[in-house]
Design a protein around this ligand. Structure first.
Ligand SMILES: NC(=O)c1ccc[n+]([C@@H]2O[C@H](COP(=O)([O-])OP(=O)(O)OC[C@H]3O[C@@H](n4cnc5c(N)ncnc54)[C@H](OP(=O)(O)O)[C@@H]3O)[C@@H](O)[C@H]2O)c1
Length: 326
């Protein structure tokens, strides 16, 4: 491999602990006719990455590879500059600043990534830095739930301080909903800044001990359950979960209610990543959406980043610096 055809990437060949990840030199991807080759400046380490390296839950292997991982490099978010484009691409030119998601093939913990020009990629708004643009993963997952909200409906977001929760608060407000955010003491100011109408401190009070009833209750952190939240729902209200729930109850109940045609429990999977990223670019440009950031790690320390993220207590997003910004 010449220097021009090689790049640094974080690679893993077997499922397991983050120590399976190592920084290696691998071939640089070559853009097809409709692709954009992005030189990545910033990425993130997410709960999707930490779950995928461990193949958790086990059935995720159906998508990621039964015995060994099909994709060798993790990472869903990217922000960087266009290095080159395929001959059919008109929307982007070398040097453009872009951000987006790689939800199907991952691969953003690497210096270069190929993305279809009509895929989940958009220009970074002028006043935003690269690290401020790696906001896709949590927001995309949150959008699977918040798209069920209508203006003036009420929602309660449990665990509103993580990547999905901080995005859910902002997307719910954009949809015109009334938001009650449940967070710990250290995150109360943060969710007030994000626009929450009411804030409940889960470390000081029982969030289920209220007379208020909601159109939607979202467990954004996998730490409550349908059984605890059911009394909080209005008639026809929905419980939306981001995790399996105790004894996989969220999966079982969403399948059951799906079969009976009564939509009470959902484990929503987000849709239309390209459309969502373009919409997110608009929200970032007009300031209606801003990422909430925790720590940044250099690519060399990605194992440390995985260890930190999988503890489950980060605030918003953990970023990774992949390359220089100039
Ligand atoms: N399987 C997958 O591929 C996948 C992908 C994405 C997300 N998810 C799931 O989606 C959920 C959210 O992901 P995320 O990235 O947004 O999580 P995250 O960023 O790791 O969320 C952690 C946040 O939740 C708060 N928290 C922790 N324990 C809490 C509790 N008992 N009550 C209320 N808040 C609590 C933490 O603050 P404090 O501890 O300081 O209060 C922290 O700010 C996770 O359960 C994750 O497993 C799964």
């Amino acid at each position: 491999m010449t220097n021009d055809s090689a790049m640094r990437a974080v690679v893993f060949h077997r499922y397991g602990a983050p120590e399976r990840l190592s920084l290696q030199r691998v071939p640089r991807p070559v853009p097809g006719d409709g692709d954009v080759l992005v030189r990545i400046v910033a990425s993130t380490v997410t709960r999707t990455d930490t779950a995928t390296v461990r193949a958790h839950p086990f059935f995720a292997r159906l998508a990621t590879g039964l015995v060994r991982p099909k994709m060798r490099t993790l990472g869903m978010d990217f922000a960087g500059t266009v290095e080159s484009v395929g001959r059919d691409v008109r929307a982007y030119r070398p040097g453009d600043r872009v951000f987006g998601l790689s939800p199907d093939h991952f691969g953003t913990h690497a210096e270069y990534l190929c993305v279809p020009a009509d895929g989940p990629i958009a220009p970074i708004p002028a006043d935003l830095g690269f690290h401020a643009a790696v906001v896709g993963e949590g927001a995309w997952y949150a959008s699977g739930t918040t798209r069920h909200l209508e203006p003036n409906q009420s929602c309660l977001i449990y665990g509103a301080s993580g990547a999905i929760g901080t995005a859910a608060v902002q997307l719910a407000k954009i949809r015109g909903a009334q938001v009650t955010a449940v967070v710990g003491t250290r995150h109360m100011e943060l969710v007030a800044r994000l626009g929450a109408d009411r804030i409940v401190n889960y470390q000081a009070e029982d969030f289920t001990a209220t007379d208020e009833r909601f159109d939607l209750v979202m467990d954004a952190v996998g730490k409550t359950s349908w059984f605890a939240c059911r009394p909080l729902l209005k008639k026809g209200g929905i419980f939306a979960a981001t995790d399996l729930g105790p004894g996989w109850s969220n999966i079982v109940l969403s399948a059951w209610y799906g079969l009976t045609g009564r939509r009470k429990v959902i484990v929503p999977f987000p849709e239309d990543a390209p459309g969502f990223i373009r919409q997110l670019a608009d929200y970032l440009a007009d300031g209606r959406f801003r990422g909430v950031f925790d720590r940044d790690y250099p690519l060399e320390d990605v194992v440390e980043a995985f260890r930190y993220v999988e503890r489950g207590h980060k605030t918003g997003i953990v970023t990774v610096t992949v390359g220089a910004s100039d």
